[in-house]
Design a protein around this ligand. Structure first.
Ligand SMILES: C[S@@+](CC[C@H](N)C(=O)[O-])C[C@H]1O[C@@H](n2cnc3c(N)ncnc32)[C@H](O)[C@@H]1O
Length: 291
């Protein structure tokens, strides 16, 4: 894979600064991805424990990390909602820092077979973890009109949710909706020219991806486990790409008596970073310290 295709770690320097890496201390990267942040944790002398739900990501990360001499790392396929299980399997009782860099990597989004993109023809899958049983096609073909409307409204903040839900229900009476482009076509017909700059299917795809992977619930389940695992003065560092995720983090930090909020306002990427990596555009970094 060329560097151009390799996932560019978002907010790399502020994230590594926030983790305050001390050599030989343990750090948990809950969203290993292509190991962009993990590499820097190792280079600074931290011991790395990494999780991901995607075996393809773990394989890529492992290949990359193995090239760094004299470092300690352990990787595991596990959902971060089951953080406790992973750390128990490693015999870990506490860590000095925990990183969550939410969402998907550029490699996952670019993998045309997985159905995350509305720009390429693929089966309507969207599972980041191939062991999950329910695909986006199952939701699109199985939910009621009311449920689809709720889903697009809540997770996609989609203004035309009802028209799209209606279009889906009518289309699937003819044939099961199996592919990304079939869904795009239905959304286009429902939304027409009413959309401005963004692709008409952006919000629908986002909502389906979040639902298939249960993204918000996983995050909510992970956070209390993460705080418990942190040492005093240990840092919780979270990068979000979506207002619903950011809201969960913001409120969790604010309401948790064991955490001191170190970012009253989230850290945002610079104009230069956004220019070099447009994917960073909506990123927000929040930092909290265990009391
Ligand atoms: C934005 S990428 C991380 C990129 C990484 N920081 C880097 O710089 O290469 C997010 C990763 O988290 C993984 N992921 C998403 N939800 C997860 C979950 N609930 N548990 C574990 N991993 C998850 C995805 O599969 C993806 O590989």
């Amino acid at each position: 894979m060329t560097d151009k295709l390799l996932h560019q770690p978002v907010l790399l320097q502020p994230t590594i600064d926030a983790l305050k890496i001390t050599p030989d201390e343990a750090y948990l990267d809950c969203t290993l991805g292509s190991a962009g942040h993990a590499v820097e944790i190792l280079k600074k002398g931290g011991k790395l424990f990494g999780l991901d739900i995607d075996p393809a990501a773990l394989k890529r990360a492992k290949a990359r990390l193995e090239k760094i001499p004299n470092v300690f790392f352990r990787l595991k396929k596990q959902n971060f909602s089951q953080l406790n299980q992973a750390v128990q399997s490693w015999g870990l009782t506490s860590v000095a820092g925990i990183l969550l860099d939410l969402g998907l990597s550029s490699e996952q989004l670019a993998d045309t077979a997985r159905g995350f993109s509305f720009l390429t023809a693929a089966p309507l899958d969207m599972r980041a973890d191939p062991d999950l049983k329910v695909t986006a096609a199952d939701l699109v073909n199985g939910l009621t009109k009311k449920e689809l409307n709720e889903l697009f409204k809540k997770l996609g903040q989609e203004q035309y949710s009802l028209a799209i839900a209606d279009g889906i229900v009518r289309a699937r009476r003819q044939n099961r909706i199996n592919s990304t482009l079939e869904l795009v076509d239905i959304v286009n017909r429902a939304v027409g020219r009413r959309r401005g700059k963004i692709h008409p299917a952006t919000k629908v795809f986002q909502a389906l991806r979040m639902a298939v992977n249960d993204e918000l619930n996983n995050l909510k389940t992970c956070l209390p486990q993460a705080v418990k695992l942190l040492k005093p003065k240990g840092r919780l560092v979270v990068i979000t790409f979506h207002s619903l995720e950011d809201r969960i983090i913001k409120h969790f930090i604010k309401n948790n008596q064991k955490l001191e909020n170190l970012t009253k306002k989230p850290i945002r990427p610079t104009e230069t970073e956004i220019k070099n990596n447009p994917r960073a555009r909506s990123a927000k970094l929040r930092i909290a310290e265990k009391i």
